[in-house]
Design a protein around this ligand. Structure first.
Ligand code: EPZ
Length: 420
């Protein structure tokens, strides 16, 4: 089995360039199903999740031309509207194909996404929205079958929770629906704004992206364009926390600091020096001494749930007690158990984790339980005394583009060993 081997105790120095955002590129690739002419994603991150969504599109009949990190999607001859369980079970975001297939082909049969490790993550808000737009939904034998033979109609849609995926699915469906759709309590994440930038440049008529009310006037057809996604704010935040935890002086390049305001504020509270050197460059300086501070995850613009595990790792070596509240997912503390095996002192009480700082973590063999937990354990290894080994690397490979090489470039003593 492959694993990371990390020798702790080496401060990080130098600069690291952040890749395009996984959670922007995935919906944008799915949206490439919509136009009549080919669409291109430039500088895509090299991730397993990107490879998976490409496999899903190819299984539907999309032709993909790859040229390094540039991919062109030709969806003119989609000949299937079914996505298999095998593909769906690899990645929940595959469910995003339902909106475009319904809008363009009037039918979609998608395997129900398995509940993943961080909670049940249902799709009820997606399905309720499609029904409001005139689709007929049936759930049988582990599949969701949706049909709208007369096409989708615009509707007033209220999301009980500002779900990122549900907002994205509805945005794509509504772009080609007949009439106006209004999404109330929409997600406001930067990745939503980037998807709308892409849809609008293809000819969609959308207003309000980045706010909690989005209006879409359906159009008849979209034309493919070329798009470069926004930088990955979660990858950027992961490297900033790495620098804070290991100590050192790191410049993070290709980052939009306004997408990370809560993290920058919390790192400053924790005693880390954060300098916005330019609109797309942030410098993080730390002596490794961390002040404990509390965080509560919230939908954007609150503290991102995708940085909760990494921030918990930081708080394990804090000077006092930190309370971490996870309000987005019901079961996103699996990394706590692995951190405790490294000597961390963490008490889980429902959606709260009480982290009492210890002087240092001890290296150990730990397993990634999900994508961001894997990152958190890697950061913990950078700061721990001794050697840390991180297993179940497939989680990390889903969402980090050359994580080991980027950390090596900052002076980390980390390597990937073993066989697949
Ligand atoms: C997206 O997942 C991201 N994934 C997640 O990032 C991220 O953690 C999440 O948004 C929240 O920011 C991608 O963009 C590919 P949600 P998504 O729908 O769309 C509940 C990572 O590490 N909900 O906003 O699945 C759900 O149970 C990943 O990169 C319903 O109840 O998230 C959850 O508790 C992990 N019914 C909450 O909303 C629904 O129909 C947030 O889910 C849909 C969601």
């Amino acid at each position: 089995m492959e694993k990371l081997v990390i020798e702790g105790g080496t401060p990080l120095h130098g600069s690291v360039r952040i890749s395009s955002a996984k959670n922007a590129v995935l919906p944008i690739i799915v949206a490439a199903l919509l136009p009549e002419t080919p669409a291109t994603v430039v500088d895509a991150p090299e991730l397993d999740d990107v490879r998976t969504i490409c496999s899903v599109l190819e299984s539907l009949g999309v032709v993909i031309h790859r040229n390094g990190r540039e991919m062109t999607f030709d969806a003119a001859h989609i000949d299937r509207t079914e996505a298999s369980y095998e593909l769906m079970s690899r990645m929940r975001a595959s469910f995003l194909v339902m909106g475009p297939l319904l809008a363009k082909k009037g039918h979609a049969k998608i395997a129900l996404p398995g509940g993943c490790m961080i909670g049940s993550r249902p799709i009820d808000l997606h399905l309720k929205a499609f029904e409001a737009m005139g689709a007929e939904i049936q759930i049988h034998n582990g599949y969701v079958e949706a049909s709208a033979p007369q096409g989708l109609k615009g509707a007033e849609i209220y999301l009980d929770f500002p779900s990122v995926g549900a907002t994205e699915n509805v945005l794509m469906a509504a772009s080609l629906a007949e009439g106006r759709t209004v999404i109330e309590n929409a997600a406001e994440e930067p990745e939503i704004v980037d998807l709308v930038t892409f849809l609008s440049s293809m000819g969609a008529n959308i207003k309000g992206a980045g706010t909690n009310v989005i209006r879409i006037e359906g159009v008849k057809r979209l034309e493919g364009v070329s798009h470069t996604a926004i930088p990955d704010r979660i990858e950027a935040g992961t490297f900033m926390i790495a620098a804070a935890m290991a100590g050192g002086d790191v410049v993070v390049e290709n980052v939009l600091s306004e997408h990370l305001k809560p993290l920058l504020a919390k790192l400053t509270e924790a005693g880390v020096k954060v300098v916005k050197e330019d609109i797309d460059r942030v410098r993080v300086i730390s002596d490794g001494h961390i002040r404990s501070t509390d965080i509560k995850t919230l939908p954007y613009p609150g503290f991102p749930t995708d940085l909760q595990a990494q921030f918990m790792a930081l708080m394990t070596i804090g000077s006092g007690v930190s309370t971490i509240t996870e309000t987005v997912f019901e079961n996103r503390f699996m990394h706590a158990g692995e951190l405790q095996r490294m000597g961390a002192s963490i008490q889980i009480e429902g959606r709260k984790a009480i982290v009492t700082g210890v002087p240092f973590l001890q290296g150990a063999f730990v397993r990634a339980t999900d994508l961001r937990a894997g990152a958190a354990l890697t950061l913990a290894g950078l700061a721990a005394h001794g050697t840390t080994e991180v297993g179940d690397l497939h989680h990390i490979d889903r969402g980090y583009d050359h994580l080991v090489e980027k950390l090596q470039g900052l002076g980390a003593r980390i390597s990937r060993v073993g066989t697949n």
